[in-house]
Write a protein that binds this ligand. Structure first.
Ligand code: CO8
Length: 372
């Protein structure tokens, strides 16, 4: 059975950034307007005034300093607080497919492949732009790939679950060159008017190329082992979907965008992830000293520091567990892949590491890789 390898990875970074200062100024202006518009009800204590957000809180609670977005003016407009996306005709590439193309081009260039070499495209992301045709099939067409393509969604674990699928298909011989692409336009399903989470997300797209290790043309990482796990929780939820396109959805329901009980997520996901990684390592005969790098999901700096310490049995050295969330914020499934793509070149043959994602579902996915 062939060994699967990651032979390329790429990141599309959107053109616009929003700093914490810009975000907080827009949110606080929105809160002022909302409070002024509801002054009577607030005075009568039938509703509660919206409190201000703060830059200090955001950095201390999450480690996030800035985020990239596809369109910032709409998000920062206090009367709107939502990106302005141009409506596209059916003859134009859809937005997810367009950014996917960019990330895939970078990943294929690294692998030394052309789009026509690809025979599997998995578009794995936390929200899909439409019901059908699958965005992945459009991407397959745009890059000139053969074979087949499909969409999948496991929220923040979409990328690692997609890598497991692609690696398994390569091992079984059903495909020769797979692309797993993660266009995460989180700004379109985020609630920018909710102070408790308005700072969390950013937009990006990542792509990985997987092939049999024997086909690799350059530097690559052998996929030694993968493990996926899920456990139902309502603590991260978004109710938007085709069954909800009724009049009540038009009433601006809060549950039609990202919602979470962040404190509970923090407390429940940490032990789940630490145990998942410990079990995966034990089953692969790996101990902490075997690992050169952890590329973790990028949601929260404290969370990552905790998991790194649990897995390694000590505080991670600088660079051992790279964070990119200060610049990108939480980019859902793409976070661990951005970290992998930007911080893996320096590893040498035989160095091992783990890519690990976690999030809504709950879901956890880990991929043990070795530099060839
Ligand atoms: N400014 C000032 N004060 C604030 C703010 C703010 N912006 N927000 C909250 N506060 C206040 C609260 O009101 C509270 O005040 P009080 O103590 O008086 O009640 C105090 O600060 C503390 O609030 P919290 O308890 O909420 O703060 P935490 O310390 O828990 O930090 C975090 C909040 C950062 C959200 C933290 O809980 C966290 O990181 N949790 C884990 C989150 C996580 O990992 N979620 C995963 C979601 S991603 C995922 O699964 C993908 C989903 C699909 C993608 C969706 C894309 C849109």
């Amino acid at each position: 059975m062939p060994t699967a390898a990651i032979t390329g990875s790429g990141v599309f970074t959107p053109p616009e950034t929003i700093t914490n200062a810009e975000l907080v100024a827009a949110y606080n202006a929105y809160a002022d307007r909302w409070n002024a518009g509801n002054a009577d009800a607030i005075a009568a204590e039938t509703i509660v005034a919206k409190p201000y957000s703060s830059e200090d809180f955001i950095v201390a609670a999450s480690g996030i300093e800035s985020r990239y977005v596809m369109e910032k003016a709409g998000i920062l407009d206090p009367d709107r607080m939502y990106p302005r996306f141009r409506a596209r005709s059916d003859d134009e590439p859809s937005m997810m497919a367009e950014i996917a193309q960019d990330a895939i081009a970078k990943a294929l260039a690294q692998a030394g492949l052309d789009g026509s070499d690809v025979d599997l495209v998995i578009c794995a992301a936390s929200n899909l732009e439409r019901a059908y045709p699958a965005v992945a099939v459009e991407i397959q067409d745009l890059i000139g790939a053969g074979g087949f393509a499909f969409d999948m969604n496991v929220a923040c674990s979409s990328a690692t679950f997609g890598i497991q699928l692609a690696a398994d298909m390569i091992k079984s011989g059903s495909v020769r060159a797979a692309v797993v692409v993660n266009p995460e336009i989180t700004s379109g399903h985020h609630e920018w008017r909710d102070r408790d989470c308005h700072f969390i997300f950013g937009d990006v797209c990542t792509a990985t190329v997987l092939q049999p290790a024997t086909d690799a043309k350059g530097a690559h990482f052998r996929v030694l082992s993968t493990r996926c796990a899920t456990e139902f929780s309502n603590n991260i939820r978004n109710n938007a979907g085709f069954l909800r396109r009724t009049r009540d959805q038009m009433e601006d329901r809060r549950d039609m965008q990202f919602m979470q009980n962040g404190r509970k997520v923090f407390k429940e996901v940490l032990p789940l992830v630490s145990q998942h990684m410990a079990d995966h390592m034990a089953d692969e005969g790996l101990v902490a000293t075997d690992l050169k790098r952890l590329w973790l999901h990028q949601a929260n700096k404290t969370m990552n520091a905790y998991i790194g310490k649990k897995v390694l049995g000590r505080d991670p050295e600088p660079g051992e567990q790279p964070n990119i969330l200060q610049d990108y914020a939480n980019t859902s499934s793409a976070g661990s892949i951005i970290a992998f793509s930007q911080y893996s070149d320096d590893l040498v043959a035989g160095d091992k590491g783990i890519i690990c994602s976690f999030g809504a579902g709950y879901s956890v996915g880990s991929v043990v890789v070795e530099r060839a």
